[in-house]
Design a protein around this ligand. Structure first.
Ligand SMILES: NC(=O)C1=CN([C@@H]2O[C@H](COP(=O)(O)OP(=O)(O)OC[C@H]3O[C@@H](n4cnc5c(N)ncnc54)[C@H](OP(=O)(O)O)[C@@H]3O)[C@@H](O)[C@H]2O)[C@@H](O)CC1
Ligand SMILES: Nc1ncnc2c1ncn2[C@@H]1O[C@H](COP(=O)(O)OP(=O)(O)O)[C@@H](O)[C@H]1O
Ligand SMILES: [K+]
Length: 486
């Protein structure tokens, strides 16, 4: 696992380090890191370094300073460097002087910048970093657009400009980077807007001892592997945790089949199904014990409730029954809507460990969703007294005690009907196996996204759509792949 820190925390950590290091040393170190990655990119993309063309888009602050110093390093390796100064009066003086000493070219007119970008092998986006306020200004936006139109790869310095470093919200004209080099610590933008950043390289500038505990955690395969339940020699079908699925309806039997099948594939042991799609579930999954109601279902150690359930009185009654069992509960889809509608159900949900898994629309029914998705999820978890998994390209899991994790999906193939039902089955199975809701949500999100990647590559090589039933089918391969990281 690794941590992510807010720009404010990173700035605070920089202060003591700046105070005890010679002036400019931190920036030089950051710039050398940028140059190293830029050189590797040039070599990889063009097969050489000397004479290759790099354009530095340099803004008014220290981010621009990083870019100019990186340009200096690249000039020393024989790269043809052009710096475009977006605020010529405010360009970082030492960085600009250094580039000048190495005979780097400097332009200030946007149109000259655009023609340099058109012919570049690589663009360094040093327009703005953690000091960004609002979207890009017109000159910067024109240059970012020129790089995109000319399909010149962009290496973002610290953060892709035009994307909010804290929330990951991107302005229309924001930079889309092929790679990003960041300094000291990863920031929220790198996981909340991962597709805008590309692969992120972290350059150590000695902030480690100054950073507080990370406010955001990102799980890696080894973390999930260490917690994924596997049967031991003395286990039987009951000892590993039985999960009950209260989902689906006559109108939506598919949700029941997707969720309960996913639960059956996620862990060993047993799955029970309770609801009006019992026939469909039995037909698809003979190993699942299916009954018509929660009352008839027999003992379970956790419940999944909601997918395809309906939001009528019967649905509300099912949710109430499940919450009253006093067991961990995964509440998805219609169960989220019902929680939004009924204050008494929200009160009952405080009394038992609950993981709710809304998409953005459903989230809005239980709490306020702002541009700051992490903050929204954290507040909702604390206010409602339950663990919130907010779906999206970056999945956020926030526990009422303040723990937050983000899982950036490797692709967007999961944006397909029914994939959320699969997630609920996986997370429910993990709850039944004894994981706490935060870990269950985090482990399920990682394996779910991996199953989509595997499913999307299963037909004719990577890159084909993957319907939810194929995501479900890819769960065993995803679990196997993740567990290999032990
Ligand atoms: N501290 C350190 O030791 C180290 C810091 N490091 C580096 O410093 C970076 C932070 O530097 P920072 O604080 O100077 O802010 P920064 O991101 O350059 O932006 C502020 C400037 O940009 C401008 N601007 C603002 N919004 C804008 C917009 N939307 N569109 C366009 N322009 C905009 C704004 O201009 P103004 O409003 O004044 O005209 C202001 O001058 C950090 O990301 C890292 O790269 C590394 O070297 C490691 C050591
Ligand atoms: N653009 C996207 N990129 C990656 N994952 C996505 C994207 N959009 C949705 N997802 C994921 O797909 C799943 C969709 O769940 P949900 O909206 O509940 O769908 P359904 O109700 O059809 O099952 C969630 O796990 C969500 O995180
Ligand atoms: K930048």
């Amino acid at each position: 696992m690794y941590g992510v820190w807010t720009p404010e925390q990173v700035r605070a950590a920089e202060e003591p380090v700046l105070a005890r290091t010679p002036e400019g040393a931190l920036m030089r170190r950051a710039a050398r890191g940028v140059a190293q990655v830029a050189l590797a990119e040039l070599e990889r993309r063009t097969g050489g370094i000397a004479g290759r063309r790099v354009v530095v888009l340099a803004g008014a602050g220290n981010n621009g300073g990083d870019g100019l110093w990186a340009g200096y390093e690249l000039r020393r390796r024989g790269v043809a460097v052009t710096a475009v100064l977006l605020s010529p009066d405010k360009a970082h003086p030492a960085g600009l002087a250094a580039l000048g000493r190495q005979k780097g070219r400097v332009v200030t007119a946007v149109e000259h910048g655009v023609s340099a970008v058109d012919r570049a092998d690589l663009v360094l986006d040093a327009i703005v970093g953690t000091g960004a306020r609002g979207g890009l200004r017109p000159g910067a936006a024109t240059l970012a657009a020129a790089a995109a139109t000319a399909r010149v790869p962009v290496l973002a310095v610290d953060t892709p400009s035009g994307v909010d470093p804290l929330t990951g919200v991107a302005a229309d004209e924001a930079v889309r980077a092929a790679r990003t080099v960041t300094f000291g610590a990863r920031k929220p933008v790198h996981v909340l807007a991962a597709p805008r950043c590309g692969p992120v390289t972290l350059v150590d500038i000695g902030l480690g001892p100054e950073l507080p505990p990370a406010p955001i955690t990102v799980l890696e395969d080894a973390d999930v592997a260490a917690r994924w339940p596997v049967p031991g020699p003395f286990d039987d079908k009951y000892t590993q945790g039985v999960v009950g699925i209260a989902a689906g309806s006559r109108t939506y039997p598919g949700a029941a089949v997707l969720a309960s099948g996913a639960a059956a594939l996620a862990t060993s042991g047993m799955v029970r199904y309770a609801g009006s799609a019992a026939d469909e579930v039995r037909a698809a999954w003979p190993e699942i014990v299916a009954t018509d109601t929660v009352g008839e279902a027999g003992r379970v150690q956790a419940w999944v409730v909601g997918p395809g359930l309906g939001t009528d009185d019967a649905g509300a009654q099912t949710l109430a029954d499940v919450l009253d069992a006093g067991l961990p509960v995964l509440a998805d889809a219609d169960a989220v809507t019902l929680l939004g509608q009924h204050a008494e159900l929200r009160e009952r949900a405080r009394e038992t460990p609950v993981l709710v898994t809304p998409h953005a629309g459903e989230f809005g029914r239980i709490a306020e969703l702002t541009d700051d998705r992490v903050d929204s999820a954290r507040r909702a978890a604390a206010d409602l007294g339950l663990t919130v998994l907010l779906k999206g390209n970056a999945t956020i899991v926030a526990a009422p005690d303040g723990r937050v994790l983000v899982h950036p999906a490797g692709s967007a193939w999961l944006a397909t009907a029914g994939s959320g039902d699969v997630l609920s089955g996986v997370a429910g199975a993990l709850l039944a196996a004894g994981l706490d809701p935060w870990w269950a949500g985090g482990c399920a999100a990682l394996v779910h996204a991996r199953a989509a990647e595997i499913g999307a590559g299963a037909q004719e090589g990577p890159g084909s759509p993957v319907p939810a039933s194929h995501v479900q089918r890819a769960l065993p391969a995803a679990i196997r792949q993740v567990r290999e990281a032990r």
